[in-house]
Write a protein that binds this ligand. Structure first.
Ligand code: PBE
Length: 309
């Protein structure tokens, strides 16, 4: 308990003078609260959170996963998943952390939030969120024939979670996505040369890439778009919801996307459309989704949360 309180004070003191004053108050309160709950058992986060998980866009796979978790785990009986946007989730997470309050969000890796805050995934013994995920590239049928150079670059695009995080962090730090993408490209000529290897420059061929405004996909889509622009393409990137993103590639209304999280996260969308699009394979390995909480929360598994009885 004591150790926790010192950590609290330390973190709060680092923020600002105003917050130190506020923080001392809440820390004092916190210590007596926690002392009691610590003696009699674990903190009832269910009650403290109003049995609510902070979600993102309604169409996201991780939101469907969280809803599935609510159905699957007895510990989540009576909980709900609120939906808003990835940006709103990040804001709420930051605010909770600033005041050391509990919060449970639908989270994913790669994401800048893990570099900025101390966070952990709640264990998922039922495997609702799947295991390791990979991000794959999907293009429309016929792209290989119509635009072989574009097809080849999209086919050759692949990078690491660390690469993606670098771009995400720069955007979180205030850079425009396009600028962050250009900076990453300038610093990673070798990787980029592999993506364009064996292709000729083109003269203004139009390409439309679709994505969802998730921080990870803002980063990847902008990087690929900037690389293609350097090769002479006239690239449009269009932000859609998850369902329409998959649909436009499957119907050929857009040319492709680098945002397919599989096997679990977008498993339903893939199953629905796999016969009408072309899977160009993995562009990033080691992705993950799940329920994410600040490290200071005294809970490690979804199973250990409290139902609303
Ligand atoms: N995400 C980021 C997406 C995939 C990429 C985890 C928010 C989703 O849940 O659908």
């Amino acid at each position: 308990m004591l150790k926790l309180d010192w950590k609290r004070l330390g973190i709060t003191a680092g923020l600002s003078l105003t917050l130190v004053a506020a923080g001392c108050g809440s820390s004092d309160e916190g210590s007596s609260d926690e002392g009691e709950s610590g003696d009699s058992g674990e903190t009832n986060y269910g009650e403290e959170l109003g049995y609510s998980i902070t979600g993102i866009e309604a169409g996201a796979g991780v939101v469907a996963g969280a809803e599935d978790a609510v159905e699957t785990y007895d510990s989540l009986e009576g909980w709900e998943v609120t939906t808003s946007s990835s940006g709103a989730m990040a804001t709420e997470l930051g605010e909770a952390i600033d005041s050391e309050e509990p919060i449970i969000v639908t989270g994913w890796t790669p994401h800048w939030k893990f570099a900025k805050y101390d966070l952990k995934y709640l264990e998922d013994p039922e495997g609702v969120f799947g295991d390791a995920e990979e991000i794959r590239t999907m293009v429309r049928e016929g792209l290989e024939e119509d635009q072989p150079e574009a097809y080849q670059i999209l086919d050759q695009f692949n990078w690491t979670a660390e690469d993606m995080e670098e771009v995400m962090l720069e955007i979180d730090g205030g850079a425009e996505p396009q600028e962050a993408a250009q900076n990453w490209i300038a610093d990673n000529e070798e990787a980029v040369n592999e993506w364009t290897d064996g292709t000729e420059e083109v003269d203004g061929n139009e390409i439309e890439l679709v994505y969802v405004s998730w921080d990870s996909e803002i980063a990847s889509t902008n990087v690929v778009a900037e690389v293609m622009k350097e090769q002479g393409f006239d690239v449009t990137i269009t932000s859609l919801d998850n369902g329409p993103m998959w649909e436009t590639v499957a119907t050929g209304d857009s040319d492709g996307m680098v945002a397919a999280w599989l096997p679990a996260t977008h498993g339903d969308q893939f199953e629905q459309h796999e016969d009408s699009l072309v899977d160009l394979g993995v562009n990033l390995e080691g992705a993950k989704v799940g329920l994410v909480v600040p490290d200071y929360m005294d809970v490690d598994s979804i199973e250990d949360l409290q139902p609303d009885n």
